[in-house]
Design a protein around this ligand. Structure first.
Ligand SMILES: [Zn+2]
Length: 143
């Protein structure tokens, strides 16, 4: 019963797969890893098993070092899982080099509250017990 109670008060846990393992391994180091298509050069998101443009399966995991931009935000007012504290700000971000790549991050300190879409933000990863680290906004605003 204790395990069940614990699961009910934690956010749903991402389950790394062969395709997403490089992303989660890098997240533990605080890095954002995305896919680089070896056939056409496109950058793809961490959950893409193939290049979204040319469908090549030849992808390399590369650390993304460019800017991350705020695309939008929302504030959850109804808990998404039992035990979640609300209000819970959530940010939708894109990478500057490939705006079709979207990353969703928690914003527990509400750092995006007064930011306009297109503003650079800092994406980090918060420890999550024994689960994979969760994408989190750790800074933002004009520099
Ligand atoms: Zn491609």
């Amino acid at each position: 019963m204790k395990m069940r109670e614990r699961e009910m008060t934690r956010p749903p846990q991402p389950v790394p797969t062969q395709e997403t393992q490089p992303f989660w391994d890098a997240a533990r180091d605080g890095r954002v890893v995305l896919w680089h298509c070896n056939a056409c050069g496109r950058t793809a998101g961490p959950l893409s098993p193939r290049c979204p443009d040319c469908l090549s399966g030849s992808l390399s995991a590369l650390t993304y070092e460019g800017r991350v931009l705020l695309k939008g935000r929302t504030v959850l007012t109804v808990p998404a899982y039992e035990g979640q504290s609300v209000p819970a700000p959530v940010a939708e971000c894109v990478i500057e080099d490939e705006p079709r790549v979207t990353l969703i991050a928690a914003d527990p300190d509400d750092l995006t509250r007064d930011l306009a879409p297109g503003t650079p933000v800092t994406l980090g990863f918060a420890a999550n017990g024994d689960g994979v680290p969760l994408a989190t906004i750790t800074g933002g605003g004009p520099s």
